[in-house]
Design a protein around this ligand. Structure first.
Ligand code: NAD
Length: 503
């Protein structure tokens, strides 16, 4: 942590970074590559420390940390992925590798066509860095959610302040301690802290803010940004639904649902399935299959399973217990429900036929509880999803192509996957971000580079071919020709030109 960080400390950090940015250092291709390589090296050299920090913060199964936060692009890893059904591979090392591979192309000005009104000319879109950017990250994937946006900000040539989450203190202090050894500290800074430190930072003028976390704080961030007209990317959450048709391969479907829900931080993931919608007739079969899969994955006593993360802290544990102890859902638990408050562990829990006005159906679950809502016809589920705030992700399991098409067309969500969960995050060619209540803007891959760049329009002309008719006085002849040119009416232009030369 920067010693005694307050308003003055925040102003000082931002001023130093601004000076570095204005020196032009961050703009070169070489600087960007050196920083990205530094991060790639950090991941290799400090893998054990990263894993230990994540274990401290969340008791993450080691393989889950490795895959979802530090993933290395090696063939054996894909094998492991298949074995563990944990598919979050759009991860830090891969992000770095991808940015290093693509950076030259991303930085290249993009030539675009010109129009008759500017003839002769050339036109291009130039990506330029925004300046000093702020990244505020969340606790649930504390390494990934901190470093992944930093990669985009660096690739785009910005100076960066990173504020990791205080709710994952081991990862936060690891980043503050270690990152300066691997990147240019005059342009990239980690500031640790909670609300006071973040508030002090938010008082400063940044050129972009990327915030990951809940929508209540998202509103605070956006309000603070508005004072400086600072654009924001808000990576928020929401209730991610899973629609399950009765025609699915139930074994595969339940494996993928369980892996997406409990295999991701015990459900403490923004794109983890939040609730299931299925038909009344299919629900009992689905519940049975989920129970079998859960027992296969986590054994008869899941509270003792080393393959399940714990709940991050006692506040979140109490919040989850509150959802479970709501009298509106009493009698709906069909599986699990066991808890160990001292060890912050909750067994995978399924609730069937929860009422729509229960707390668990009103709030984002963000934990190992999975409510199931039943409907007569699966299509009713579309209306149910659209009646809530737009989710960050929505999933559909079906063999019905028409239903799939309708789902894609009808349901508004940050992203979606058909017949799997969470895999959208693994493809760096897909944007990752929300819509409506689940956020604004997106990142990952080129989208990260674009999120932290200004797209500057550059039109370039020589001195030849200057057409006098665009200048006043606007005679009737000039107007005819101009109108013809603008509307593309070549005959009118031709006739006007003939008339004009006759004069
Ligand atoms: P959190 O408690 O770690 O808070 C996020 C950040 O906000 C932290 O850095 C924290 O210091 C800061 N913060 C908290 N209160 C603040 C305040 N009053 N003023 C200024 N800053 C403040 O994380 P969280 O909010 O519990 O995260 C969980 C939420 O984040 C869930 O809704 C989840 O869906 C969402 N999430 C979204 C994504 C995504 O990529 N879209 C990823 C992870 C989590």
């Amino acid at each position: 942590m920067e010693g005694g960080f307050d308003g003055a400390g925040a102003a000082e950090v931002v001023a130093e970074l601004r000076e570095s940015f204005e020196s032009g250092r961050t703009r070169s291709f070489e600087w960007r590559v050196a920083q990205l390589k530094g991060i790639a090296r950090l991941i290799v050299e400090k893998e054990a420390e990263i894993t230990a920090a994540l274990d401290d913060d969340l008791a993450k199964p080691q393989i889950e940390s490795f895959i979802s936060e530090e993933h290395k692009q090696e063939p054996h890893c894909f094998f492991t992925l298949a074995l563990t059904n944990i598919y979050l591979i759009s991860m830090v090392r891969e992000s770095c590798r991808f940015a290093l591979k693509e950076l030259k192309r991303w930085m290249k000005p993009e030539k675009v066509a010109t129009s008759v009104t500017t003839f002769p000319s050339s036109a291009k879109v130039v990506s330029e860095p925004l300046g000093v950017v702020l990244i505020i990250s969340a606790w649930n994937y504390p390494f990934l959610l901190s470093i992944d946006p930093v990669i985009g900000a660096i690739a785009a040539g910005n100076a960066v302040v990173l504020k990791p989450s205080e709710v994952a203190p081991a990862t936060s202090s690891f980043l503050a301690r270690i990152l300066p050894d691997y990147v240019d500290n005059s342009c990239i800074r980690v500031v640790e802290g909670s609300i006071p430190e973040t508030t002090a930072l938010l008082d400063q003028k940044f050129d972009k803010i990327l915030y990951t976390g809940n929508a209540r704080v998202g509103r605070i961030v956006m309000t603070a940004a508005a004072k400086h007209l600072t654009p924001v990317v808000l990576e928020l959450g929401g209730k991610c639904p899973v629609l399950v048709d009765s025609n699915v391969d139930i074994k595969v479907a339940t494996r993928r649902i369980v892996a997406g829900k409990w295999g991701c931080n015990s459900g403490q993931a923004c794109i983890a399935p939040d609730y299931i919608i299925t038909t009344k007739s299919f629900a009992p079969k689905l519940v049975d299959a989920l129970k079998i899969t859960l027992e296969k994955f986590y054994g008869k006593d899941p509270l003792e399973s080393a393959d399940l993360s714990r709940i991050v802290n006692s506040n979140h544990f109490k919040r989850l217990m509150n959802l479970l102890d709501d009298e509106k859902v009493s009698g709906t638990i069909v599986h699990g429900g066991q808890r160990n408050e001292k060890r912050l562990r909750i067994a995978p829990t399924i609730l069937l036929d929860v009422p729509s006005d229960s707390l668990i159906m009103k709030e984002e679950v963000f934990g190992p509880l999975l409510p199931i809502v039943t409907v007569d016809e699966l299509r009713e589920g579309f209306g149910l999803i659209n009646s809530k705030g737009k989710p960050l992700a929505a999933y559909l399991f079906t063999k019905d192509r028409k239903l799939e098409e309708k789902f894609v067309k009808t349901v508004s969500t940050g992203g979606m996957v058909i017949n799997d969960t969470i895999l959208q995050v693994t493809n760096p060619r897909l944007p990752f971000g929300g819509v409506g209540e689940s956020g604004m803007g997106s990142y990952h891959g080129k989208f990260s580079f674009d999120a932290f760049s200004h797209k500057k329009a550059v039109l370039s002309r020589g001195f030849g071919g200057d057409v006098p008719m665009r200048y006043p006085p606007y005679t009737a002849h000039k107007q005819k020709i101009l109108r013809g040119l603008i509307t593309g009416n070549i005959i009118a232009v031709f006739l006007a030109l003939i008339g004009w030369t006759r004069h």
